[in-house]
Design a protein around this ligand. Structure first.
Ligand SMILES: Nc1ncnc2c1ncn2[C@@H]1O[C@H](COP(=O)(O)OP(=O)(O)OP(=O)(O)O)[C@@H](O)[C@H]1O
Length: 942
């Protein structure tokens, strides 16, 4: 039986005036179902509302129950679900209506009493259970259990019949009204209430009591029916200006108002036929889902507070109630409400299924009917359909406790070999025993499987729910994965694995690793995969190290080529490209760094070797013109090797020479050897460079010999020791630099100071600052080819000699000295500073000073220039920084380390207002700059 569209029943009740209220006639009942309300905008006019029933303030609880609620409760005994909920503003009498008082019991006690009376009257054995919970601040709490603040709210779920239920909610079986009353009173004490300005016992939550009645109408039929009654006391909508709620009450109030707002939206959506009904937008509407447009019977009691004071609220409430009246439910008839299988039914079903299975294995179809003489149930039919094992019961004969085969159907027979085959006639007793045993065993097995599976599923669901509650704010990926079934996990894992393998085959190890790791997340038991991932990680690390070494090696050589230029990461496009090409075997050496030509015959022919290679060179000769001073300083052994018979180590050559040296090897097809050796150079060079600063005989640009690899290996082994020593050195250097800066900061020199530090700026130059200044200007103008303008020079600030100016000055003086001493002309001179100091280094190491061919007649008569000490260099930095600062040019100033536009403008203003700085440290006194910043400025040039 099913009821066609059933509109929600709306009943209106006006509470009497409280003692504190001043009576008026703003709201009144006319007849039995009309409510007259003064128009809140114009009190001279009235607004009328029609409802199913309207009750004035003097109507008692019993009348309302008898007239409207009782019929609904009765529907329970037809296996239906019904919901009664009270709606209204705070203090309108909802709790009074649904719960009542001891002297005036409300709907709940009356309904339960009615159910028990029904039980006594009927012959059925009713199983009555109650559950009671509240929705407090959008969380569901079980009221039948003592309140535990540490517990998170319970989740709301939907069962297979799309019925809403609260997972994990406790149910209590009640056998008498007294028992119910004691439980209910205790549970009501757990409900959250508080005093507000409008209600001393204001409900702060929505409370839902569910009474479930279950019974079996006929033992032989096995039909179990279940009717449910939901009695809901909604919290009242609140105007916080009137309730004067505090912070806590406000939070509760906003949750209440929000859920009531969603309720309004649900009703609106139902009335407009919207495709989306926002039930899920609040817990309360989710609970009411079945009662609003669902399959329950619904009734809303609209509680109205009388008096003008509530007129606006009353109007809103009644408008909403009017809209709700249009909501149509489609209650489902009791015959499909719920059907439970008894254990006997299940056993019989499985017996039948197993017997059919056996018959099927025997090669013949069998039509076996099962059952104890009872009529077929709809659920049986469903099972039959799914299993495909049982056929229409109309053809079958069912006798309790025995199996019967349909007339004409094949029957199993026992043959001499004991096997069961198809045969005619009635089954033998042995056959019946055998089938019975097989069926029982099968049944037990299936039972076990299904119970363990359902246990497992339940456990999983509970675990997931727990995790979801624990991680309500964020959905952890573990939680998400846990939601998958084991089969899905495995499938997903396989998908990741497939992709990972493809990527690995393509050589994209990094991505492959990520995919493998994903696969492992879904299938953490795959030990082999774990091992494979570990291996892949090692491979990847190696690969990265190699490529890092390669790139550093290239950069290292580039450092040599650019002679002291600071290596900047990211400017190695060509080298990166080269590295890639090298990996493909298309390039031998970096185009920028080493002068190693591509292995083409044309290049080989074009190149003219400037050095003879040994007859059986075991190594490639790789060279680059520029040398780091230290590399050259350590190149004695290499030079010796060049002069010797077996050039196992060869000094760096010019680019062309290196190309020429490499060409024969390449031409002879020793590309691989060259490659390997080159690879050795590249790989080793990073470490070599570091080590060569120490004591190694090899320098980074010299390579060769069988012992190279072993030597390299040894040095790599010592890498850790050396690098830690280097770190210590660097730290020492840093701290000493900092100390120096601090010294400078402590006693800032002034232009008038007597410089006792002979290393300062220009060693051996004029004693006075004026002379020094003049000298620097001269040097500057000389560097510019004498074109320096006097005005520009005059604008220079004392002590602001630039780095280039100083270098130029020194060079000029040296040249003059050389010309004076040797009388020869300087034909060509190195422009760079370092080759000279390199020579000085060699000289100071006791080696004969090599004479450059280009210095015609130069001899070695020139006075060796003293090395530029670190202090000198710092002073140069200082001077340069000052020059930039005193230029008062924002753009220039901004080039200093740590100086942004704002600071630069500050400095500019300061210089313009107070004149040029004498010392960078003056920034501290003038502009309150920190020492750290001054250190940064100075480091611009270091
Ligand atoms: N029909 C009635 N007869 C007598 N007193 C009533 C009636 N209805 C309500 N009251 C009284 O009005 C007051 C407020 O009622 P109640 O607590 O039921 O309001 P409420 O709508 O549940 O408020 P809230 O939403 O804040 O919980 C109570 O003191 C209650 O006793």
């Amino acid at each position: 039986m099913s009821l066609a569209g059933h509109k929600i029943k709306v009943v209106c009740r006006i509470r009497p005036f409280l003692k504190t209220e001043k009576p008026d006639d703003a709201v009144a009942v006319e007849g039995t179902n009309v409510l007259r309300v003064s128009n809140p905008r114009d009190s001279t006019k009235d607004v009328k509302f029609n409802f199913d029933s309207c009750y004035g303030p003097d109507v008692d609880q019993a009348t309302i129950y008898r007239n409207d609620v009782r019929p609904l409760v009765e529907t329970m005994f037809s296996g239906m679900s019904a919901t009664v909920f009270c709606y209204g503003v705070t203090g309108a009498g909802k709790t009074h209506t649904i719960q009542g008082t001891e002297t005036e019991p409300g709907i709940i006690p009356r309904a339960v009493e009615h159910i028990f009376m029904h039980q006594q009257r009927d012959a059925y054995d009713y199983d009555i259970r109650i559950s009671y919970y509240e929705i407090y601040k959008e969380a569901v709490f079980d009221l039948l259990k003592p309140h535990d603040p540490t517990l998170a709210g319970l989740p709301i779920r939907e069962d297979a019949n799309r019925k809403i239920f609260v997972a994990g909610l406790s149910e209590k079986r009640v056998t008498s009204y007294e028992q119910f009353d004691s439980i209910y009173q205790k549970a009501s004490g757990n409900r959250r209430t508080a005093s507000t300005k409008l209600n001393n016992h204001s409900s702060r939550s929505h409370a839902i009591l569910t009474v479930q009645v279950q019974w079996q109408d006929d033992l032989s039929s096995g039909k179990t029916w279940c009717g449910r009654l939901h009695l809901i006391d909604l919290a009242g909508s609140e105007d916080n200006r009137r309730t004067e709620n505090g912070k806590d009450r406000m939070a509760e109030s906003s949750a209440i108002n929000r859920s009531l707002f969603v309720l309004g939206q649900v009703v609106e959506a139902l009335n407009t036929g919207s495709s989306r009904i926002p039930y899920r937008d609040s817990k309360m509407t989710r609970i009411l889902q079945d009662s609003l447009g669902g399959e329950s019977l619904g009734m809303m009691i609209v509680n109205v507070a009388p008096g003008e004071a509530f007129l606006q609220d009353t109007n809103n409430t009644l408008n909403f109630a009017t809209k709700s009246r249009q909501v149509v439910n489609k209650p489902v008839a009791y015959e499909v409400v719920e059907q439970r299988w008894s254990a006997v039914d299940r056993l019989q079903h499985h017996r039948g299924a197993a017997a059919a299975l056996l018959a099927g294995r025997a090669g013949k179809s069998a039509v076996i009917a099962v059952g104890g003489g009872i009529k077929r149930r709809r659920s049986d039919e469903t099972m039959d359909h799914h299993s495909g094992l049982l056929t229409d019961g109309a053809d079958s004969v069912a006798v309790a406790g025995r199996q019967h085969v349909a007339p004409g159907a094949a029957r199993p027979a026992r043959h001499s070999d004991g096997s069961i085959r198809n045969g005619g006639g009635a089954p033998l007793p042995q056959q019946a025993d055998f089938v019975q045993r097989a069926v029982t065993a099968k049944f037990q097995e299936m039972e076990q499987k299904s119970s363990s599976a359902s246990n497992e599923i339940m456990e999983r669901v509970m675990r997931i729910e727990q995790q979801l509650n624990d991680n309500s704010s964020r959905l952890d990926s573990r939680v998400v994965i846990d939601m998958f079934t084991p089969a899905t996990k495995l499938k997903t894992s396989r998908g990741w694995l497939k992709h990972a393998r493809e990527l690995e085959q393509k050589g994209d190890l990094e991505k492959a690793l990520v995919h493998y790791e994903e696969a492992l997340r879904y299938a953490p038991d795959l030990n082999k995969l774990e091992v494979h991932i570990d291996k892949l990680r090692v491979r990847l690390r190696r690969q990265k190290r190699r490529s890092s070494i390669a790139s550093h090696g290239a950069a290292n050589v580039r450092v040599g080529e650019r002679e002291g230029e600071r290596r900047r990461e990211g400017d190695s496009d060509d080298d990166d490209d080269w590295i890639k090409r090298r990996a493909r075997g298309q390039a031998a050496v970096s185009p920028k760094s080493l002068a190693f030509v591509p292995p083409t015959k044309a290049a080989a022919a074009a190149a003219k070797p400037s050095i003879a290679l040994a007859s059986k060179p075991k190594t490639a000769v790789v060279a680059s013109k520029p040398l780091l001073p230290v590399a050259a300083a350590k190149s004695n052994s290499a030079a010796a090797a060049v002069d010797g018979q077996a050039p196992k180590r060869v000094k760096l050559l010019s680019n062309a020479a290196a190309a020429a040296a490499a060409a024969p090897l390449l031409a002879k097809g020793q590309k691989s050897v060259v490659g390997r050796k080159f690879s050795g150079i590249t790989e080793g060079s990073v470490h070599d460079r570091r080590i060569s600063f120490g004591s190694s005989l090899l320098n980074p640009f010299v390579v060769g010999g069988d012992d190279f690899d072993s030597d390299l290996q040894q040095r790599l082994d010592r890498k850790a020791v050396v690098s830690s020593a280097l770190t210590t050195k660097r730290l020492e250097a840093k701290s000493s630099a900092a100390a120096r800066i601090n010294r400078m900061l402590a006693v800032p020199p002034t232009p008038g100071d007597d410089r006792t530090d002979k290393d300062f700026v220009l060693q051996g130059s004029s004693d006075s600052d004026e002379e020094e200044e003049e000298e620097s200007f001269k040097a500057k103008s000389r560097r510019r080819g004498g074109g320096g303008s006097g005005a520009a020079a005059a604008a220079r600030v004392p002590g602001s000699l630039g780095v280039r100016g100083m270098v130029e000055q020194r060079r000029q003086r040296q040249l003059a000295a050389e010309v004076e001493a040797g009388g020869g002309s300087v034909v060509e001179k190195e422009n760079d500073l370092f080759p000279q100091s390199l020579q000085d280094t060699r000289a100071s190491n006791g080696h004969s000073k090599p004479q450059k061919q280009s210095r015609a007649g130069g001899g070695n008569g020139g006075e060796a220039e003293p090395r530029l000490s670190l202090d000198q260099f710092n002073e140069i930095c200082q001077a340069s920084a000052l020059q930039m600062i005193n230029s008062a040019d924002v753009k220039k100033i901004m080039k200093l380390q740590g100086i942004g536009k704002r600071r630069a403008e500050q400095i500019q203003a300061c210089v313009q207002a107070e004149g040029p700085l004498v010392h960078v440290c003056d920034l501290q006194t003038r502009l309150q700059f920190k020492n750290k910043l001054i250190l940064g400025i100075l480091s611009t040039f270091s």
